[in-house]
Ligand binder design. Structure first.
Ligand code: 73E
Length: 833
């Protein structure tokens, strides 16, 4: 007989009742961590909770994988050497829509959800904007239900942790895996092998067909590790598949057999070194052979994986390009163009022309920077020794390409040398951007201005050849992490007025515009900001022991330290203000707290010196009794995704002050603006479009434009002229040079001062006056809090364009030609009645 009131027993691995969640957490604590509550550490509880959440997304994840493999759907493969995803736990709670329930269960278990969320060590598998963009795009791909795989490298050590000692940056190894990673699942059964070194030889097969064989010097195994990427309130859970390198057993055995124990261990170490560590250079290539090994390793693993999956459901690779849209995230994976050719021609015995047709229709390439020091090129010698067969394939791609160039531009040797994949102007190099352009059906920049500059400058000759390939996709960021998760108060306030549709469709924020006129709403808006500012003030107190005034204007610059981003221009303004306050104690300006964060590449002398400069100026200013809390300068160590989530919501002013034409897009600029900070910025990167959207009256613009920068440089820029003609600027530079900020030592910052006076490649002195005047406008504007709040609300209301959902939609429509697929939930686990 069926009972009228059946007892409801939920599956411990899927159930969402409070009691079930509580039981599941304890269960995982016991059976996975091997602990009971009395002896468990915070990390044990975090892991138990993380496994509890992972259990709850597995069904969706497996359903997504199965749908993508079985159905005839085109998949996006985002090939990227970096994925800066940030902590997973809270993001998954939000995307799965279970944050409230889980919080209740955790609290009722006597635990603190905030502490457990903060116990997660973030995977720092990227340097900055480029890696974080890949992470935002993975979030949007899932949220838009687009079938996608993110392929990359599982670095054992991610971006270093930064400590500040005596004002200088110190780098600490990032041991992110040491306490376990509950979010990944290793899939050793899907391992592949990758060749390196050795030589090539021709051979003829049984049908008298000519082929080339690559006899490698050594072979490395790639093991995939999968991490689920949940979409926001949809069933889609895509996969980020990262490769770890390992020695091939077969090679070990050969050595062991001849008694060469140390040789075998050496092989192992060398193979495992490939995925040991992320190169910590942002926009500055080092040209190290190990970096090329990393690139080829993950690209070859990924392409072999796509081919394996493809052949599960297709008889051959003829339709590969109809099933896979492969996006090259900058040139770091550009060797994929040659590797797919090699696989098709050498392994699957395709005729060259037929193979090239597939390749050309598969790849698209995103350029992220125009900086010459970031353009990847490999010495032929290094390339040929490491990847002899791939280099031959590149030569053949180039030979056929240059024949095309000769048809389009007859008798123009100039074009041959500027377009060739091989740079022959001195030592010979493989130019990776050229390989990417030739092998791609689309090439895009990351903001309107940047895409135009790509066409006008570094890829101009390719543009003349194939104008139809070039397009723009302006970057975007995910509002799930950068609003809902990082700024719950503001998000709830917004939702209380316009509903929560904006989280999926950010354009709906437009409806907030009318509340800019509502005084009560403005008051609530300020309270939301004040709350997070207080929170950040507490954090600053705890981290660096400095008390800041939470009512002061929070003026924030967080990003990698780089001369073109001009953190030192910000410091010139701080010193200017400081001098003004010293000479006029009654100066009527609102108190300001300057907050900096960012890592410097370990080998970048000037960037490290700029950090010391910021902290040294802070030491003087912060300890000057005349100044009190009217001016504080804070350098917060170890800027990362987690800290970004704390700082963007608390900012009043966002510093986006790069030299015009240098910052391809920027994405921090978007995160600030979405959280109600106003921007002081140049007409660079996406600033241009942000200003267009929010309205020029709601944006503090200063500085030279890109054409003005170019003209000034062409005319012969003489920074000393500004020094001599602007007394305030002279006073600031003289004060630094005197040793005032270095305990009387004039040497410490000589390199910075001399660089500015005698070279100033990023035109700080040319922009100084305009910047200072603009900052004065900021100070004036901040005094009128009602109007400031209006501007802040309008900034948020008009940020719809900068959702990464819009960017991904652009890629789908204009580049990938892919469609969303909704995922049906089928149970894989047979449950007993
Ligand atoms: O402007 C940013 C852009 O917003 C750009 O500097 C950055 O990419 C962001 C996302 O599009 C970027 N990073 C790199 N190149 N551009 C880079 C280059 C080499 C190694 C690591 C990163």
């Amino acid at each position: 007989m069926v009972s009228q009131n059946p007892i409801k027993i939920e599956d411990d691995r899927t159930g969402l009742e409070i009691q079930t969640l509580r039981r599941a957490i304890l269960d995982n604590l016991f059976y996975i961590q091997g602990k009971f509550p009395e002896i468990a550490t915070k990390n044990d509880f975090y892991l138990a909770l993380a496994y509890t959440i992972r259990d709850r997304l597995l069904q969706r994840w497996l359903n997504t994988m199965q749908t993508e493999i079985k159905n005839d759907v085109k998949k996006v493969c985002y090939l990227s050497a970096e994925f800066l995803v940030g902590p997973h736990l809270e993001n998954n709670l939000i995307n799965l829509g279970i944050a409230e329930k889980v919080k209740q269960a955790v609290t009722e278990s006597g635990l603190n959800i905030k502490e457990l969320i903060e116990a997660e060590e973030e995977p720092g598998l990227g340097n900055g904007g480029l890696g974080r963009l890949a992470a935002c795009y993975m979030d949007s791909l899932s949220s838009l239900e687009v079938p996608a795989i993110g392929y990359g490298i599982r670095y054992e050590f991610g971006i270093f942790d930064q400590e500040i000692k005596d004002g200088w940056q110190v780098e600490i190894t990032d041991k992110w895996l040491q306490y376990g990673n509950p979010w990944e699942i290793a899939r050793p059964e899907a391992s592949v092998t990758v060749n390196f070194g050795g030589y090539t030889e021709p051979y003829t097969d049984g049908h008298n067909q000519f082929h080339v064989r690559w006899v490698p010097g050594y072979v490395v195994k790639g093991i995939p590790y999968d991490t689920p990427i949940t979409g926001y309130k949809v069933n889609t859970v895509n996969t980020m598949r990262l490769w770890r390198s390992e020695a091939c057993e077969s090679f070990d055995f050969q050595r062991f057999n001849v008694g060469d124990y140390y040789g075998a261990v050496d092989d192992k170490v060398n193979s495992e070194n490939i995925t040991k560590v992320l190169y910590p250079n942002d926009e500055q290539i080092e040209g190290k052979e190990l970096r090329l090994r990393q690139q080829y390793f993950f690209v070859s693993c990924s392409l072999q994986d796509m081919i394996r999956i493809h052949l599960l459901n297709n008889p051959n690779l003829d339709n590969f390009h109809e099933q896979w849209a492969v996006q090259l995230n900058d040139t770091h994976p550009a060797v994929a163009v040659a590797e797919l050719m090699r696989l098709l021609v050498d392994i699957y015995e395709y005729e060259w022309g037929k193979a090239w047709n597939i390749v050309e229709k598969t790849f698209a390439y995103t350029n992220h920077t125009l900086l010459p020091e970031a353009l990847e090129k490999w010495p032929i010698e290094i390339f040929g020794n490491l990847l002899p067969r791939v280099l031959e394939v590149i030569y053949e791609i180039n030979r056929r390409f240059l024949d095309q160039v000769r048809i389009k531009f007859p008798n123009d040797d100039g074009k041959i040398s500027t377009l060739s994949i091989i740079d022959e102007s001195g030592e010979r190099y493989v130019r990776m951007a050229h390989l990417a352009c030739i092998g791609s059906h689309h090439i895009n920049g990351v903001a309107e201005l940047h895409s135009q500059l790509v066409k006008d400058t570094i890829l101009h000759d390719f543009y003349l050849l194939w104008p139809q390939k070039f397009t723009n996709v302006t970057n975007g960021v995910t509002p799930r992490r950068w609003m809902v998760q990082s700024n719950p108060r503001l998000s709830k306030l917004i939702t209380s007025k316009i509903g929560d549709g904006w989280i999926k469709n950010l354009q709906e924020l437009k409806q907030l515009e009318r509340y800019a006129e509502d005084q009560t709403f403005r008051q609530q808006w300020r309270e939301a900001k004040q709350f997070v500012k207080q929170d950040l003030a507490n954090y600053i107190q705890e981290k660096v022991g400095i008390t800041v005034n939470p009512e002061s204007l929070f003026d924030v610059q967080v990003k990698r330290i780089h001369e073109y981003k001009r953190q030192h221009l910000n410091v010139l303004h701080i010193i200017t203000l400081y001098k003004q306050m010293k000479s006029n104690p009654n100066l009527d300006v609102p108190p300001r707290t300057f907050i900096f964060g960012g890592k410097a590449a370990p080998g970048y002398f000037m960037a490290k010196r700029i950090i010391k400069f910021i902290t040294a100026v802070g030491d003087v200013v912060n300890n000057d009794g005349d100044i009190g809390d009217r001016l504080k300068v804070i350098f917060l160590p170890d800027y990362n995704v987690t800290f970004g989530q704390r700082v963007y919501p608390a900012a009043d002013l966002s510093e986006q002050i790069s030299t015009a034409g240098k910052e391809a897009s920027g994405t921090g600029n978007m995160k600030f603006s979405m959280n109600g900070a106003l921007t002081i910025g140049t007409l660079d990167g996406a600033n241009v479009e942000i200003r267009q959207e929010v309205g020029e009256e709601n944006f503090f613009l200063f500085g030279l434009t890109t054409p003005e920068v170019l003209t000034l440089k062409d005319q012969g820029y003489v920074p000393r002229r500004y020094y001599h003609s602007i007394p305030e600027l002279k006073g600031v530079l003289d004060l630094i040079a005197s040793g005032f900020f270095s305990h009387g030592d004039p040497e410490l910052f000589r390199s910075i001062v001399d660089n500015l006076l005698y070279d100033d490649p990023y035109l700080l002195l040319a922009d100084y006056k305009s910047y200072i005047e603009c900052q004065e406008k900021v100070s004036q504007a901040y005094k009128d809090q009602e109007n400031w709040s209006k501007m802040s609300i309008l900034n948020v209301a008009r940020m719809g364009k900068f959702s990464s959902d819009r960017s991904i939609q652009d890629y789908c429509n204009n580049i990938w030609n892919t469609q969303p697929v909704s995922i049906e939930l089928k149970d894989y686990v047979q449950k007993e009645a």
